[in-house]
Design a binder for this molecule. Structure first.
Ligand code: KIV
Ligand code: ZN
Length: 561
């Protein structure tokens, strides 16, 4: 933005609240959640949901555990009205779920809303009108405070009058001063108190005052000050449920909600993955999982987030971004080597610690929660690109392919594989890493290959083994024979017998390949050339002995590559 453009903006005035208490509060329990996916979320979709899609979404929200669901603006359009009627007439609303309907404080719309909810067991009738100076001036053609206040109070009176007309429906009343976020606090208070005075809630029969951050104009701390200030000054606070409804214009919907809860709010309205007008509504998944991550039970079940996301993306035709908290494709993925190393160490340590004490608190570097708790898998945690470290590659080979490489082999393998990622200019999948490992480090057969072998255990010379091997050197088959104290040692001497003497074996490991399809074994042999170079080779075979010989041959071949 150019400096001359910036000059047209003004700072947002702070709230005078020197004895604010919210900064010292800790969130220790979950609020009442209300999903507004089917109203605020739906109204913001380029292609709104069909009735069938809304029904599917409604069922999904019930399964997640929402007990309050705003199902639309039934007086605004026939599709909204019909959807609500289907919910009611087809008995699709679980007994413990209260539907919520939104309506402006206008007489004919309020009357139509009551027709729409007739027959529902429980409903929240949510009335609103816009209150900010900007809205009063621009949208309502210089309406006075008094006119705007009267609109709210008259609407509240009509609602009160209509409640007895549907006695079979238990009604909770809700009022929102829309655009609360830039309304003068004294006026927001006056108008809310006006509605409260009409509805006369009691501690047994509370009403909801919803204070929308309709447009985020300022920082979350000022929003929290506004909430705390309102909570202190509203009449009949003990008869109110104070509700938040944040949007995300400044990218701080989650922060504003969390600070708003610290400031005394009891209830939160929002949507799954933050769908909603402009930059969206509050992402309830985000706030609820943040709470879970601090050990707070929320009543919402996000244990299969990928399935939830799939339904959401299908019916809304919106896409959850790759970096979206908790739900994004990449959010449990580490690309940088140091992060990968730390995660591998953390997961290994955790596996060990939870064996000793299943209640060990979560603590893995870079992972705020266990991805498995929300249906994500560890396989995707570490992906390899040219920024990756050796630990990440070893981790993939270990976790995904059951190959436990010796630690001193990690740098050799790591370098070759991330050079490959660099050459290709992209990330490698676990399968590509596996294939590259085999191509560069396992069962390499040129110029030397072992075709067959036999081990003869000498009873005369205790502990001695004779290796009779058929090998191919530069395309020529040869018979080699050597004596040693084990298969590898006797094979080394057999190779010496055909003139391959310029190396020695300096280390050896083997293990069964975890999850291998044909119960194969992996062996790793470190060979040192007489010029000082040291390399590891790997052999994989159904026989552990043959795996060892192949590993040695691979190491020998790599020294010549
Ligand atoms: O954002 C908003 O102010 C709203 C109200 C209607 C609650 O959606
Ligand atoms: Zn909204």
């Amino acid at each position: 933005m150019q400096p001359h453009a910036i000059s047209k903006y003004r700072p947002f005035p702070p709230v005078s609240l020197p004895d604010r208490t919210w900064p010292d509060q800790i969130i220790s329990s979950a609020p009442i959640w209300c999903s507004v996916d089917l109203r605020d979320g739906n109204q913001a979709l380029p292609q709104p949901m069909s009735v069938e899609e809304k029904l599917e979404f409604f069922d999904l929200l019930c399964r997640v555990g929402f007990k309050q669901i705003e199902v639309g603006f039934p007086s605004a359009a026939d599709t909204e009205f019909n959807f609500l009627r289907r919910l009611v007439d087809e008995n699709r609303i679980p007994d413990d779920v209260t539907i919520q309907v939104l309506v402006q404080t206008r007489e004919h719309l309020i009357r139509r809303t009551f027709e729409a909810i007739a027959g529902a067991k429980k409903a929240i009738v949510h009335i609103y009108n816009s209150t900010s100076p900007l809205q009063r001036r621009v949208t309502f053609s210089d309406a006075t405070r008094e006119q705007i206040r009267d609109l709210a109070v008259e609407g509240a009176k009509l609602v009160k009058e209509l409640v007895p007309s549907i006695p079979q429906t238990e009604i909770i009343l809700q009022y929102s001063p829309e655009s609360f976020s830039d309304t003068e606090l004294d006026f927001a208070l006056e108008i809310c108190n006006g509605v409260i005075d009409v509805w006369q809630p009691t501690p047994e029969r509370k009403m909801i005052i919803n204070l929308p951050d309709t447009v985020q104009w300022t920082t979350p701390n000022i929003h929290a000050d506004m909430i705390e200030w309102m909570g202190r000054h509203l009449n009949r606070r003990d008869s109110l449920i104070l509700s938040l409804h944040t949007h995300n214009d400044r990218g701080t919907g989650t922060a504003a909600t969390e600070l708003g809860l610290m400031a005394g709010a009891d209830r939160v309205e929002g949507t799954l993955f933050g769908n909603g007008e402009r930059t969206g509504n509050l992402d309830i998944v985000n706030v609820a999982l943040n709470m879970n991550g601090h050990g707070i039970e929320t009543g919402l079940d996000f244990s299969d987030l990928p399935a939830l996301r799939a339904v959401y993306e299908r019916v809304t035709r919106m896409v959850v971004g790759e970096r979206h908290p908790y739900a994004g494709e990449l959010v449990f993925t580490a690309f940088s080597g140091s992060h990968q190393d730390a995660i591998k160490k953390g997961l290994d340590r955790r596996e060990k610690e939870t064996k000793e004490d299943a209640a060990t608190p979560w603590g893995v570097p870079y992972l705020t929660i266990d991805p498995q708790d929300i249906g994500r898998s560890y396989e995707a945690i570490i992906r390899i690109n040219s920024q990756s470290g050796k630990g990440g590659i070893a981790y993939i080979l270990d976790r995904e392919h059951g190959m436990d490489l010796p630690k001193t082999m990690h740098p050799q393998v790591g370098k070759r594989i991330y050079d490959l990622a660099d050459e290709l200019g992209r990330e490698l999948t676990p399968d590509e890493i596996h294939d590259a490992f085999y191509k560069f480090f396992a069962n390499i057969e040129t110029p030397l290959a072992v075709k067959d072998y036999e081990l003869v255990h000498h009873t005369t010379e205790r502990g001695q083994v004779e290796c009779l091997a058929t090998v191919v050197v530069d395309g020529v088959e040869k018979q080699a024979r050597g004596l040693g104290n084990g298969p590898i040692n006797s094979f080394v001497h057999a190779l010496e017998s055909i003139g391959l003497k310029d190396f020695k074996v300096t280390d050896y490991r083997s293990h069964a390949v975890r999850g291998g399809s044909d119960a194969s074994a992996a062996a790793y042999v470190q060979v040192q050339h007489e010029d000082g170079r040291i390399l590891w080779g790997c052999g994989v075979d159904s026989s552990i002995e043959m795996a060892g010989l192949k590993a040695l041959v691979t190491g020998w071949n790599l020294l010549r590559a």
